[in-house]
Design a protein around this ligand. Structure first.
Ligand code: GLU
Length: 294
C-alpha cells in the first residue's frame, strides 16, 4: 500500500483558533505515525472574505506549533481552471443548470411557496440549516433560460440533484471517526438532503464542495481528517467523486472544540485564538494539552 496522504485545508478568512490547531495537529501526527505525508491547502476561493494577512498568519501559527508541510502549498484561487473543467464535464451531461436569482429572490419565492401550502409544515432545510433551494431556475423553459443568459445576468451553476443521484445510485463512505449521531464504519451518503447545491457561484467558478473534491483527488489525499461539522457534506463529496470518476478517500471526522457556552469555536472569538494564547505566553506544548493531544 502506498503511504497515506493527509491534509489540513483552512480558509484564510480569519485567524486560527484551538479548533484549527486540533485538526492540524491531528492530521500531522497521523501522517507521522503512519509514514504518510502531510499537505497544507489554502481554501481561498472566497475573494471577499479571504485576506493575505490571514494566510500569512496560518503559516506562522502552524510553524509555531511545530508543524511542517510539503511545498508547494496548493492555493485554490490559483487553480480555478481545474474547477471550471469539472463543471463543464457535468454540464455537458445535463447535470448542471444556471440559477439567476439573488438570495433575496430565493427567500421571497420560499415565502410565497410556504404561504401557498400552509398545512405542509416548515420549509425543508439542508444539514447546515440553510433553506432548500426551491428549484425555480430548473423549471425555466429553454427560451427563458437563453434570454437570461443573453441579458448577461450573473448566475450560479447548480447540480440537478435528482438527475445526479439517478446516475450514481446509492453511495457509501468509510468513516473512521464519528458523525454527530455516532455514525461510523460504512455510512450511507444522503446527498438529496442538500437539494440542488451550487457548484459554481456567481462570483467564482467554483464552490467549497466542488473544489475540495477536485483538490483531494488531484493531491492524492487518501485520508480526510476534519471536523464533525463537515460530516454530512461528505454526502455531496461522495456524489461528486462518483460523477467525476475520482477516488474516494477514507474519512475521519473528529470532535469539535467548544467554547465555555458549548458553542463551536468561531474565528471571531479571541479567547481561543492561537495568536492571543501565544501572546499570553502559551507554548506549543500548552496548546497540545488544551486540545487534548499527547
Ligand atoms: N476549508 C474548510 C474549512 O476551513 C475545510 C475543508 C475540509 O477540510 O474539507 O472549514
Amino acid at each position: 500500500m502506498p503511504p497515506p496522504v493527509f491534509r489540513f485545508a483552512p480558509s484564510p478568512n480569519g485567524y486560527l483558533h484551538l479548533g484549527h490547531a486540533y485538526s492540524a495537529l491531528l492530521n500531522f501526527d497521523l501522517a507521522h505515525q503512519t509514514g504518510g505525508s502531510f499537505l497544507l491547502r489554502i481554501e481561498d476561493i472566497d475573494a471577499t472574505r479571504c485576506k493575505p494577512e490571514f494566510e500569512a498568519a496560518i503559516y506562522e501559527d502552524l510553524a509555531w506549533l511545530g508543524i511542517t508541510w510539503e511545498e508547494p502549498v496548493r492555493r485554490q484561487s490559483r487553480h480555478l481552471s481545474n474547477y471550471r473543467d469539472a463543471v463543464e464535464k457535468l454540464s455537458a451531461r445535463g447535470l448542471v443548470y444556471p440559477s439567476f436569482e439573488s438570495r433575496a429572490e430565493i427567500a421571497k419565492e420560499i415565502e410565497r411557496l410556504v404561504t401557498q401550502r400552509e398545512a405542509d409544515g416548515p420549509w425543508p432545510r439542508d444539514p447546515d440549516g440553510a433553506p432548500f433551494y426551491p428549484g425555480a431556475a430548473k423549471l425555466l423553459s429553454s427560451g427563458q433560460r437563453a434570454a437570461f443568459l443573453e441579458s448577461g445576468a450573473p448566475y450560479a451553476l447548480r447540480l440537478d440533484m435528482a438527475a445526479a443521484c439517478a446516475e450514481t445510485g446509492d453511495l457509501v463512505w468509510v468513516e473512521r471517526g464519528q458523525g454527530p449521531d455516532g455514525e461510523t464504519g460504512t455510512v450511507v451518503a444522503r446527498p438529496q438532503a442538500w437539494g440542488d447545491v451550487i457548484l459554481a457561484r456567481k462570483e467564482t467558478p467554483t464552490s467549497y464542495h466542488l473544489s475540495v473534491v477536485i483538490d483531494d483527488a488531484l493531491q492524492g489525499v487518501t485520508d480526510v481528517v476534519r471536523g464533525q461539522d463537515l460530516f454530512w457534506s461528505t454526502s455531496v463529496h461522495r456524489l461528486l467523486q462518483q460523477l467525476l470518476g475520482l477516488p474516494a478517500p477514507i474519512y475521519r471526522h473528529h470532535r469539535l472544540m467548544l467554547d465555555a457556552a458549548g458553542q463551536k469555536l468561531s474565528k471571531s472569538t479571541d479567547a481561543t485564538g492561537l495568536r492571543e494564547l501565544r501572546a499570553e505566553g502559551a507554548t506549543p506544548a500548552d496548546i497540545r494539552r488544551l486540545v487534548g493531544l499527547p
